[in-house]
Design a protein around this ligand. Structure first.
Ligand code: ATP
Ligand code: MG
Length: 233
């Protein structure tokens, strides 16, 4: 059975004003990408090449200068901001390098949040969040606040939060960038399991070639465009 294209973009460009304000930085210069159901696509590239910028654009967080992003074949930037935010909450999960958990809420509450925003019933959100946290080995940490969790645990909470609404797209920006080897392995194993269990399409930004080479497809972002490497797994 052919797999559906879940996420794609065509000829994305992104320019920023340069510091002096008299010129432009042309960070993305025509990026094309297609990610299919249950595919893990890795993006590598030097610091400042535009990886995070691209991920934000793919996730509906930042409008491109030109070009289009599609979720399930639907152009997303044609929607008004509030509709786009609503679509993003149900279609896309983000995992960032630093967890961005809400400090005043517990692990469980943080993971429930996307479901509550979607106006799921409290009991439904609580059940789903508890299941996810249990699955990620966090059963004994449900009521800890982020400051009471280790870095690896915080990252597992943030992965659980990204999955609360069963997104079809998971965007991860160096999710292991801050972790030691053991925690890196745990997070990566979880990512690869997710592809099996949730059929989610994953775009993973990483600095580490060893990780990138395990993914289905491997791209390098260079000179503002994505190049497909032939040595993806
Ligand atoms: N809002 C902004 N305004 C101006 N310039 C920006 C803005 N956001 C990013 N840039 C510039 O765009 C370039 C790409 O930034 P980006 O964060 O996407 O890089 P990256 O590939 O993710 O780097 P790293 O590997 O260090 O995280 C950088 O040179 C950065 O200074
Ligand atoms: Mg970055």
């Amino acid at each position: 059975m052919t797999k559906e294209t879940i996420l794609s973009c065509s000829t994305i460009t992104k320019n920023f004003k340069s510091e002096a304000g008299d010129g432009e930085l042309n960070i993305l210069q025509g990026v094309d990408l297609q990610v299919k159901q249950a595919e893990i696509a890795a993006i590598v590239g030097s610091s400042g090449s535009g990886k995070s910028t691209l991920l934000h654009i793919l996730g509906g967080l930042d409008r491109p200068t030109s070009g289009d992003v599609f979720w399930h074949g639907e152009s997303i930037y044609t929607h008004k901001a509030d509709k786009l935010a609503e679509l993003r909450n149900v279609n896309v999960g983000f995992v960032f390098q630093f967890h961005h958990l809400l400090p005043e809420f517990t692990a469980l509450e943080n993971v429930m949040m996307p479901a509550l925003i979607k106006e799921d019933r409290f009991s439904v959100a609580e059940k789903r969040a508890t299941e996810l946290l249990n699955r990620f080995g966090m059963a004994e940490r449900l009521h800890h606040r982020p400051s009471q969790l280790s870095g690896g645990e915080q990252q597992r909470v943030s992965m659980a939060r990204a999955l609360t609404n069963n997104p079809s797209i998971l965007l991860a920006d160096e999710p292991t960038g801050n972790l030691d080897e053991k925690n890196t392995d745990t997070i990566l194993n979880l990512l690869f399991q997710l592809r099996e269990t949730e059929d989610v399409a994953i775009v993973l930004i990483t600095h580490e070639n060893e990780i990138a080479e395990k993914c289905d497809t491997l791209y390098t972002l260079q000179n503002g465009v994505l190049e497909l490497n032939e040595n993806g797994a």
